[in-house]
Every structure is written in structure tokens, then in C-alpha cells.
Design a protein around this ligand. Structure first.
Ligand SMILES: NC(=O)c1ccc[n+]([C@@H]2O[C@H](COP(=O)([O-])OP(=O)(O)OC[C@H]3O[C@@H](n4cnc5c(N)ncnc54)[C@H](O)[C@@H]3O)[C@@H](O)[C@H]2O)c1
Length: 326
């Protein structure tokens, strides 16, 4: 059997870095395609020796030819597409957001088709759903109606449509995963990054005010990375999209988990008592039916691991002291 080989777009990002780490540590060749060459997230979770085992291509996902060439040249059979601009960046510059998130995704599917790759795995998001009052259940099933209320959510919905048409017209299979709030080392930007910023502050013995509250789905970055890899390895016929559930918890439980891991900051981690507009959580029965056993680190454990990781990184100089990175 030929050895597995992965192509990962957006590999310098939070989820991407964890995907690269998992692949490299398992000895699997991986080509990373990203516009950024800033290795700080990789350096936070990998050794230099591990980083050196990946192949890096500096490129723009909006460049159809460059993406196509890179995927073909890589020889990869598995493609994980994570490159995107997050909610605040799409809001600030919708045309650029559409170019990266919509055209970029079309480019990835086109490249997969050109390279004869059978299945693409890509990141969708909870943002394809509407406001919580538009649904009569708090844990949304996979097939709940899509009613995005941000440019970002509309672009993610377009990605799901793109995937459907590539299956319909070209027989190119795909799996889209819809995470909610990713937390863990490397989560340093985007609308829902403030719970992780609070964990970093706690690791430094400092207080922090989280920008939102209410109930949310929380997924540990390493778990989500493993899900993308697992989905790439599990053949499917069609263009499936799955909700990712993780831990559904109130922000007070996140604060309690931070305080349990770092009792020195008790009372100093606070949150804005204003929930996100999204439903409280996502149901993942369909994902479990597809993948079987999936990683699902309990919130308390994921928070404790994140803070321990930050403390170690601060101690050995992989994170600057004095406030969260932005
Ligand atoms: N973080 C979350 O909570 C969350 C939740 C739901 C969905 N997602 C989705 O998961 C994916 C990964 O999220 P993340 O948290 O790792 O994001 P991130 O912002 O940390 O990483 C995104 C990566 O994409 C790269 N990128 C941006 N524009 C590019 C371009 N033009 N060409 C090539 N690369 C480009 C960036 O350099 C970055 O390394 C994204 O598609 C995101 O929308 C994330």
C-alpha cells in the first residue's frame, strides 16, 4: 500500500498547526499551503525537528493556478482545507473574505479534481446556522435549516454548496466539519478566541475578561485536528457535512475549569454576561455514525492541558510574557 500523504491548506493556523503536529508525530508526510510563513503556532506545539519534517509552500489560496500546481506536485491523496479568514476579518473586508473563503474553496476543489484526489475534507462552521430563537431546540441537529447572519457564515454555506456540486458534477467526494468554539494552544484570533486568551492570562497568573458568555459548544483544538484527519481517512460517497459537538457548557463552567487548573486567579477571570447569537450547541450523532469512536476531551481536562501547555511555553520562552498574543 502506498504511504499516506496529506496536503493541508491553512496549516499555519490554529487547527492546521494541530493537524500538522498529529501527522508529523505519526510519521506521515504533509505539505502545508499557507499565505503566512509565521511559524509561531507550530513552534508553540511542536519541536523544530518536528516542524522540519513538514513541507511548506508559501501561497495564496485565491490563486487558482498556484493551488492547482501545489496540490498536483505534492502527490498527496488526502486534502484537508482549513485556510480561511475568520468572522471579524470577513466583516472588515467582505470582498477579500469572499475571495479567500469562497473562491479559495472552489480553487481547492478544482485542484483536488485536477490531481485525481477522491475526497476533500474542509472546515465549515456553526456560523452557517441562524440565531438561537430561530430554532425550537437548543442542540441543533445536522440538518437544521441554514440561516447565516454574517458574511463569514454565508461564505461557509457557499462552501457546502460548492462541495455538493463537485460531487454532483465530478463525483468528487467531501466531508465538511462544522466546529463551534475551538480552544487550546494556538487559538489566538477570531471572534471566539477570548476563552483561550483567558487560559493564557491565567497561565501568567493574570486576570482576564472574556468577551461573551452564555452556553456554547467548546472543542479542544487537538480533538478537532484529529477529527479532520479521521474524516480524510474515512471514505464517503457524496458531499457530507457534519456538526461537531464537543462540550456544551456555560461560560461560568469554563471560568470554573480555569480556576480549578489555576487556583491563583480565582475571582479574576470574568466574562461579559451576553451570549453569542448562535444556538447553545450542536448535536453530533451523524458525525459519530460516520466516524465511530471520536476524540472528545472533557472541558475540564482540555482547559487544564491548555493552561499547563501555556505555562511550559512561557517558561521555555516559546510565548512572550506580558499579555495574550493578538
Ligand atoms: N477557530 C474556530 O473556533 C473555528 C470554528 C469553526 C470553523 N473554523 C474554521 O476552521 C478553519 C481553521 O480555523 P483556525 O482557527 O485554524 O483559523 P486561523 O485563522 O488560525 O488559521 C487560518 C489560516 O488560513 C491562512 N490563510 C488566510 N488567508 C489565506 C490565503 N489567502 N491563502 C492561504 N492561506 C490563507 C492563515 O494564514 C492562517 O494560517 C477555518 O476555515 C475556520 O473558518 C474555525
Amino acid at each position: 500500500m502506498p504511504q499516506e500523504q496529506f496536503f493541508v491548506t491553512g496549516g499555519m493556523g490554529c487547527i492546521g498547526a494541530w493537524v500538522i503536529r498529529n501527522l508529523v508525530q505519526a510519521g506521515i508526510p504533509v505539505t502545508v499551503f499557507d499565505l503566512s510563513s509565521d511559524q509561531r503556532r507550530l513552534e508553540l506545539i511542536m519541536t523544530q525537528v518536528e516542524i522540519a519534517r513538514a513541507t511548506f509552500i508559501h501561497g495564496d489560496i485565491t490563486d487558482t493556478v498556484a493551488v492547482g500546481q501545489a496540490v498536483v506536485d505534492s502527490g498527496a491523496r488526502h486534502l484537508v482545507h482549513l485556510a480561511a479568514l475568520q468572522v471579524p476579518f470577513c466583516k472588515a473586508n467582505p470582498p477579500l473574505g469572499a475571495a479567500v473563503n469562497v473562491t479559495g474553496t472552489v480553487n481547492v476543489f478544482e485542484a483536488a479534481k485536477k490531481a485525481g484526489i477522491a475526497q476533500v475534507v474542509y472546515a465549515s462552521s456553526v456560523a452557517v446556522y441562524g440565531r438561537k430563537e430561530e430554532y425550537n431546540t437548543s442542540l441543533l441537529p445536522n440538518d437544521a435549516p441554514l440561516r447565516p447572519h454574517t458574511h463569514y457564515g454565508v461564505y461557509k454555506q457557499a462552501n457546502e454548496g460548492t462541495a455538493r456540486i463537485y460531487w454532483q458534477d465530478d463525483g468528487l467526494a467531501s466531508v465538511g466539519l462544522r466546529p463551534y468554539t475551538i480552544y487550546g494552544p494556538g487559538r489566538d484570533q477570531g471572534m471566539t478566541s477570548t476563552p483561550t486568551q483567558a487560559m493564557l492570562a491565567a497561565a501568567q497568573g493574570e486576570g482576564y475578561h472574556i468577551s461573551y458568555g452564555g452556553y456554547n459548544g467548546f472543542q479542544y483544538a487537538d480533538d478537532v485536528a484529529k477529527l479532520f484527519i479521521q474524516a480524510a481517512r474515512t471514505p464517503i460517497q457524496g458531499a457530507a457535512v457534519f456538526n461537531v459537538k464537543g462540550a456544551v457548557a456555560h461560560m461560568s463552567e469554563v471560568v470554573a475549569a480555569i480556576e480549578a487548573a489555576e487556583p491563583g486567579v480565582k475571582g479574576q477571570i470574568t466574562y461579559e454576561d451576553r451570549p453569542l447569537v448562535f444556538p447553545e450547541g450542536l448535536a453530533d450523532e451523524a458525525l459519530r455514525a460516520f466516524l465511530g469512536e471520536i476524540p472528545d476531551t472533557p472541558l475540564q481536562e482540555g482547559v487544564a492541558q491548555t493552561i499547563a501547555h501555556f505555562k511550559q511555553a512561557l517558561a521555555d520562552g516559546r510565548l512572550p510574557q506580558g499579555g495574550p498574543a493578538t
